[in-house]
Design a protein around this ligand. Structure first.
Ligand code: SF4
Length: 144
C-alpha cells in the first residue's frame, strides 16, 4: 500500500490531548519513513482549547465532564479532518484509540467511569462513512 496517511497528531507527539500531553508512537515514525503522514487533531480543528475537560460520546451527542454539550465542536473538527484527508488524498487513517473523536471500534461509554463500549469516535465514524479505512494505533502493524 502507498499514498499519504491521515494520523492523529497526538500519536506523532504533538501535545494536543485534552490534558495537554501527546506521545509519539515509534511504529508511526517508522511508517513515516515510507509514507507521507498528514497529522490532524480534530478537537483542535473544531476550535477546542488545550488543555480541555475530558469528553465522552453519549449517543449522537458529545458531552464533557463539566456537563457541557460540545457536539458542535466535535462535528466541526470531524468535517475539517475529512476535508484535509480528501485534499491530501488520504485513503487510510491511523487514529488514537478510545478517543471520543479519533477512537475506532471502542470508546468510553459516556458515564466517565472508564467503561469501554463498542463504537467509534465522531471523526472515525465520519471518515469510515466516507470510505476512508480507519486503523487504531494498536493495529498499525497491518500497514508496516
Ligand atoms: Fe489526539 Fe484525536 Fe484527541 Fe486530537 S482529537 S488529541 S488527535 S485523539
Amino acid at each position: 500500500m502507498t499514498g499519504p496517511v491521515l494520523v492523529s497528531a497526538c500519536l506523532l507527539g504533538r501535545c494536543c490531548r485534552y490534558d495537554g500531553t501527546g506521545k509519539a508512537l515509534p511504529e508511526l515514525i517508522r511508517l513515516g519513513e515510507r509514507r507521507r503522514l498528514v497529522p490532524v487533531c480534530p478537537e483542535c480543528l473544531g476550535g477546542l482549547p488545550t488543555p480541555r475537560p475530558p469528553a465522552e460520546r453519549q449517543g449522537e451527542r458529545v458531552v464533557n465532564q463539566e456537563g457541557d454539550d460540545v457536539t458542535e465542536a466535535y462535528c466541526r473538527g470531524a468535517e475539517q479532518a475529512l476535508r484535509i484527508a480528501r485534499e491530501q488524498g488520504c485513503t487510510v487513517a491511523v487514529l488514537k484509540e478510545r478517543s471520543p473523536s479519533c477512537g475506532a471500534g471502542q470508546i468510553y461509554d459516556g458515564t466517565f467511569r472508564h467503561i469501554l463500549t463498542a463504537g467509534d469516535g465522531v471523526t472515525a465514524e465520519l471518515l469510515r462513512k466516507n470510505g476512508i479505512t480507519v486503523v487504531g494505533e494498536s493495529q498499525i502493524h497491518t500497514l508496516l
